[in-house]
Design a protein around this ligand. Structure first.
Ligand SMILES: NC(=O)c1ccc[n+]([C@@H]2O[C@H](COP(=O)([O-])OP(=O)(O)OC[C@H]3O[C@@H](n4cnc5c(N)ncnc54)[C@H](OP(=O)(O)O)[C@@H]3O)[C@@H](O)[C@H]2O)c1
Length: 321
């Protein structure tokens, strides 16, 4: 099969488009013919500094396609099913082998490009808001990096759950404008404005009850400073690529909390698996929307990663084999 591979970490130019051996099916797994690769925030980070567990390495968490082979112990999937899959690596390829446990059936008639972009961003945003953020109807939510994959999902899920205000940050007004259609109440352009001061102004000093922070580093500090009394930050990523050195001095007096969130640790549990299947159904039913920015051919993986890192993408960028 063809795959976008690399032999060393680095910028998007490390990608090569090469022939590699086809993946083998595991007794508890499946092999799919990939129809759409959703480039996740973790894929660009892994390309930059993640472990090369194979050489050449095929990066990538998430892809959708058609089941070609089924392991002998798998009973819930069959050849010909359309599925969206996640795994530690291997999405940037024509074929991919994954555990059946991290595959979800795509409802009949659903757009496979949209389905390809659901499990990790929507599952993560849901856990940040509800499982770890304990969000309640009427609360104020702040989503850092609102134009990201996790961000667009979090804005919609918070609005749907009855947040009284959904705030989000981004690096430009143009990026924030595109989020209005997804439930954003007010955008904060962090390149121009002080985030905590804007949260104070927009909330009449209440501040944010729940914050989803997938950027980390200095941004995590602005999250901590933007918390309401009893506010909760779900710290879920390091998109900013900077050290996580923060001052937590303001947490104790305000009964505030900071939770780390890692979907990968629970993605194979019944709780998360069933939740993601429901989120896929919600998109199929039109209750939630997937924002696809643009697509690239798989052979142009370098250009796609470069485009994402230029900070122009709002929502997801896909690769099509
Ligand atoms: N822990 C988990 O379970 C989990 C699950 C999913 C994702 N994640 C992590 O969450 C983060 C976001 O994932 P995603 O899929 O939402 O990412 P994404 O769609 O690629 O978006 C990342 C966003 O981060 C912002 N950003 C801030 N500083 C940046 C920098 N130095 N370089 C690039 N972007 C920067 C950009 O928005 P602006 O330009 O508007 O700032 C960009 O839109 C990643 O670190 C990912 O690994 C973790």
């Amino acid at each position: 099969m063809k795959a976008a591979v690399y032999y060393e970490n680095g910028g998007p130019d490390v990608f090569r488009y090469e022939d590699v051996p086809d993946p083998q099916v595991h007794p508890k797994g499946i092999v799919i013919r990939v129809e759409a690769v959703s480039i996740e925030g973790g894929d660009t980070l892994n390309r930059f500094r993640g472990a090369l567990v194979t050489k050449p390495h095929i990066v990538g968490y998430q892809a959708a396609g058609e089941v070609m082979e089924v392991g002998e112990e798998v009973t819930n999937l069959k050849v010909g099913d359309k599925v969206v899959t996640t795994g530690a690596h291997g999405s940037h390829a024509e074929l991919r082998a994954v555990a059946a446990r991290t595959a979800w059936k795509i409802p009949d008639g659903m757009n496979i490009l949209e389905a390809s972009a659901i499990p990790v961003p929507f599952g993560t945003a849901h856990d940040c808001l509800f499982e770890f953020g304990r969000m309640q109807k009427g609360e104020i939510v702040l989503v850092q990096a609102g134009a990201s994959g996790v961000g667009v999902a979090a804005i919609q899920l918070a609005a749907r759950a009855g947040a009284s205000m959904v705030l989000a940050t981004a690096s430009s007004d143009e990026r924030l404008d595109k989020l209005k259609a997804y439930g954003l109440t007010h955008g904060i352009n962090y390149a121009r404005d002080d985030v905590a001061a804007e949260v104070a102004r927009l909330t009449d000093k209440h501040m944010a009850d729940v914050i989803v922070d997938s950027v980390g580093g200095p941004t995590l500090q602005t999250s901590i400073l933007s918390l309401a009394y009893r506010g909760r930050v779900s710290m879920v990523g390091a998109a900013g690529r900077e050290p996580m050195k923060v001052d937590v001095g303001s947490m104790m007096g305000g009964n505030r909390s900071l939770s780390g969130v890692f979907l990968g640790a629970e993605i194979a549990t019944d709780r998360v698996h069933d939740n993601i299947q429901q989120l896929i159904q919600d998109v199929a039913d039109g209750q939630l929307k997937v924002l696809i920015d643009r697509t690239f051919p798989l052979k142009d993986a370098a250009a796609a990663h470069r485009y994402i890192e230029s900070r122009q993408a709002v929502g997801r960028v896909l690769l099509i084999p």
